[in-house]
Write a protein of this length. Structure first.
Length: 301
C-alpha cells in the first residue's frame, strides 16, 4: 500500500532537550515566610496551599473538560526540614514565568539572599517515536520503581533513589498531559526522560547525560543463539520484578548477557546528537539564570 508523504512529514519523530526544573535554596527568614503564608493566599489567587508549603499556579489557562483538572503549577516553595531561615523554591525556568504568578515569583526570588542550586532537571522529550516505550536504562545495581497503567503497560520508571545525587525518571508524557485536559495536535506518542541532579551534580550534567544515554537501549535478544536465553531475556525485559526470583549465579549470567548482547540504540544516538546541538543554548540558559538572580554554584543542603 503506498504511503502518504504528507502523513510522514506530519508525524516525523522529534526530540527536544531542555532544563525542566530548578530548585534553589537561599536565606529567607522563617518568621517572615510564616507571616506571609496566608497573606499571600488572600492577596493572590495564584498562590495556593500545597503539602507542607505553597504553590504558584498558572491562572491564565483553564481547560473545561467537565472534570476537576488542577491548574498548571509554576512553582512550589517550602521551608526545608530542620533548616531555620532557609527557603526552598522549585520552578521551571521555561514555563509560566510570564504569567502574573510567574512575575510575582521572580520578584520573590530576587529577594532571597545567598541562593544556591540544590537540584536541576534536564529533560529529553521524544515525540512520535512509538519504540521509545521499549527503551530502558540498563544499569545494574541501581534500584528501579516501576508504575504500570490500566492495560499493564509501563507508564513511569524511576531509576535510582530519590535521596541520591542523581535519579532518572522515564514516563509517558502523553498520558500525563491528557489527564490534565490538554489538547494535543499531531502528537501520537510522547515520552520523557528526565535526569534529576542534586547536591553538587548540576554543574556535572554534560558527563552524566552522556553516561545516561550510553545505558539507554533495547537489548536485541532475538540474536541470541539459545532459545531458552531469548525467552529468559524477553521475560526479564518485560517483568523486571522477576530478577529477584533468580539465583545469584543465574542473575550474574543474565546481567552479563544484557551487557554483551547487541543493542538497538539509534534513539539514544539521536538524543545525544540533539544534546550536542543544543549544548551552548543550555549552558547560556543556565548561566543567564545564575547571573540574573545572583545564584551561586551548587552546595549540599
Amino acid at each position: 500500500m503506498p504511503t502518504n508523504n504528507n502523513e510522514i512529514q506530519k508525524h516525523q519523530p522529534q526530540i527536544k532537550v531542555s532544563i525542566d526544573r530548578l530548585t534553589v535554596v537561599g536565606d529567607f527568614p522563617t518568621d517572615l515566610f510564616m507571616d506571609h503564608y496566608y497573606k499571600w493566599q488572600r492577596e493572590h489567587d495564584f498562590v495556593r496551599e500545597s503539602g507542607q508549603g505553597l504553590q504558584v499556579v498558572d491562572t491564565t489557562q483553564y481547560v473545561n473538560t467537565g472534570e476537576d483538572v488542577p491548574q498548571e503549577q509554576v512553582a512550589y516553595m517550602e521551608i526545608p526540614k530542620f533548616q531555620k531561615d532557609k527557603l526552598r523554591l522549585d520552578f521551571n525556568p521555561n514555563h509560566g514565568l510570564q504569567t502574573p504568578g510567574g512575575q510575582w515569583l521572580l520578584d520573590l526570588i530576587s529577594r532571597i539572599e545567598n541562593k544556591h542550586y540544590s537540584r536541576g532537571d534536564f529533560a529529553f522529550d521524544i515525540f512520535n517515536e512509538p519504540r521509545a516505550k521499549l527503551y530502558r536504562i540498563w544499569k545494574f545495581g541501581v534500584s528501579q520503581s516501576i508504575f504500570m497503567g490500566r492495560k499493564r503497560e509501563m507508564q513511569t520508571i524511576y531509576y535510582g533513589s530519590p535521596k541520591s545525587g542523581q535519579q532518572i525518571r522515564q514516563y509517558n508524557k502523553l498520558v500525563e498531559q491528557k489527564t490534565k485536559g490538554k489538547e494535543l495536535v499531531d502528537i501520537d506518542s510522547w515520552w520523557r526522560i528526565e535526569l534529576q541532579l542534586r547536591t553538587g551534580k548540576v554543574d556535572d550534567y554534560p558527563r552524566l547525560v552522556k553516561e545516561m544515554l550510553a545505558d539507554f537501549y533495547i537489548p536485541e535478544y532475538q540474536k541470541l543463539e539459545s532459545l531458552n536465553e531469548q525467552n529468559m531475556v524477553y521475560r526479564l525485559m518485560n517483568e523486571p520484578g522477576f530478577w529477584g526470583e533468580l539465583a545469584d549465579r543465574t542473575r550474574g549470567k543474565y546481567r552479563k548477557i544484557f551487557k554483551e548482547v547487541s543493542h538497538e540504540n539509534y534513539l539514544a544516538v539521536a538524543m545525544a546528537t540533539e544534546f550536542i546541538r543544543e549544548f551552548d543554548r543550555l549552558e547560556n540558559e543556565l548561566q543567564s539564570i545564575m547571573n540574573r538572580f545572583n545564584i551561586q554554584a551548587d552546595e549540599e543542603y
